[in-house]
Ligand binder design. Structure first.
Ligand code: PLP
Length: 387
């Protein structure tokens, strides 16, 4: 159990709530979930399914109508044909990484993962007994993976490479050239790829591309889901797309862990994919407006510089010029300024010197957070000068 990590976002949220209980006002920019409600047609589909009695166990790999809808959606969006027997549906997208790592990693294996990156990769690689090998992402490279560096980290024990595009926490995206090179590299060496594409619909002008087009499809597991795209975080609905033979094992892990995903939730998922998509477009347009406000606001602060994200709903500003460490600044912003965000170190050691803000909050609240951040820096600067 000592090897298992966690997600700091949930801890910071609890601390912020404790401050609120004491009467303090906090702007929440810590948690990674859309602040929109699930589209009403999707909610109705779940209600109707419940009314029809869709309240029983179902197949571990997921209900066929949803697996077919996912296969069609992915084939159309990604331009790579996917069949329903390649799809496994889970309660959330997280189980895809959990089960994939349990299935493939042995003691002594190595897995390369982006750092800063979603903290569960490192946690689960370690938990499975393998060695977690960080691939540093840097602002000089727009937080994209450096393919030459990735190549230099590969050893005969490398079993999995994790890719995440658009990326949490930086909002970076891999280019088609990156994906071609990485796909080839992994295929030549017989290395599996986990392609975490949970933010593939939250894009600001860039075109999303996938390693599934360039790598060896026999060794790629693609992760996606409904949490972010359809504002369905609490429903718990995600999926993996993988070779059909591997899907059998990934479904068996589900049989052992959770049996299956809730049936009425899966019917809601069919409606989400097959129904109107305007709600998604509206949400992304609003995220883009917020991104522009927060990026320019952060870049206007003394000692702070921020790369413009291409997707997802996070910014990862470099705060090294403020003279604070990430942890101290995140802690003091919450305690003294009422702004909840995360230290970059919550995403791995290469996140040191950065903060992560989620801009899944109103423009008004984002402006208020920026104002508080500026006032905090000014006061801290004045204190430092006096001292
Ligand atoms: N992958 C990344 C990069 C994420 O940021 C998240 C959620 O924060 C997930 C996967 C998990 O998604 P879900 O809530 O569907 O399990």
């Amino acid at each position: 159990m000592g090897r298992l990590g966690t997600e700091t976002a949930f801890e910071v949220l609890a601390r912020a709530r404790a401050l609120e209980a004491q009467g303090r006002h906090v702007v929440h920019l810590e948690i990674g979930e859309p602040d929109f409600d699930t589209p009403p047609n999707v909610v109705r589909a779940a209600q109707e399914a419940l009314g029809r009695g869709e309240t029983h166990y179902g197949p571990s790999a997921g209900l066929m109508p949803l697996r077919e809808a996912i296969a069609e959606d992915s084939s159309r969006r990604r331009g790579v044909p996917v069949k329903a027997d390649q799809v496994v549906v889970y309660p959330g997208a997280k189980p895809v990484m959990f089960f994939m790592f349990l299935a493939l990693l042995e003691e002594g294996d190595e897995a390369i993962y982006p750092n800063p990156g979603f903290p569960i990769y490192e946690s689960m690689i370690n938990y499975a007994g393998a060695r977690a090998v960080p691939l540093p992402l840097r602002p000089e490279n727009q937080f994209r993976a450096d393919v030459a560096e990735l190549s230099s980290l590969i050893t005969p024990r490398t079993r999995i490479i994790v890719l995440n595009s658009p990326q949490n926490p930086t909002g970076s995206m891999l280019t088609s050239a990156d994906l071609t090179a990485i796909g080839r590299l992994a295929a030549e060496r017989g290395i599996w790829i986990l392609a975490d594409e949970i933010y593939s619909r939250i894009l600001y002008g860039a075109t999303h591309d996938t390693v599934l087009r360039y790598g060896d499809p026999a060794r790629i597991v693609l992760l996606d889901g409904f949490s972010k795209t359809y504002a369905m975080t609490g429903w718990r609905l995600g999926y993996g797309i993988m070779p059909a033979e591997f899907a059998v094992h990934m479904a068996r892990l589900q049989t052992n862990a959770t049996s299956c995903t809730a049936a009425f939730t899966q019917h809601a998922g069919v409606e989400a994919l097959r129904g109107p998509q305007e709600a998604v477009d509206r949400m992304v347009a609003e995220f883009r407006r917020r991104r522009d406000v927060i990026v320019s606001g952060l870049n206007a602060l003394d000692g702070v510089s921020c790369v413009e994200p291409q997707g997802a709903f996070y910014v990862f500003p470099d705060i090294r010029g403020t003279g604070f460490s990430s942890k101290e600044l995140a802690g003091r912003l919450l305690d003294e300024a009422g702004v909840a965000c995360l230290s970059g170190t919550a995403f791995g050691r290469h996140g040191d010197g950065f903060l992560r803000f989620s801009y899944a909050n109103s423009v008004e609240n984002i402006r208020e957070a920026l104002k508080r951040f500026a006032a905090f820096l000014q006061k801290a600067g004045a204190t430092a000068r006096t001292a």
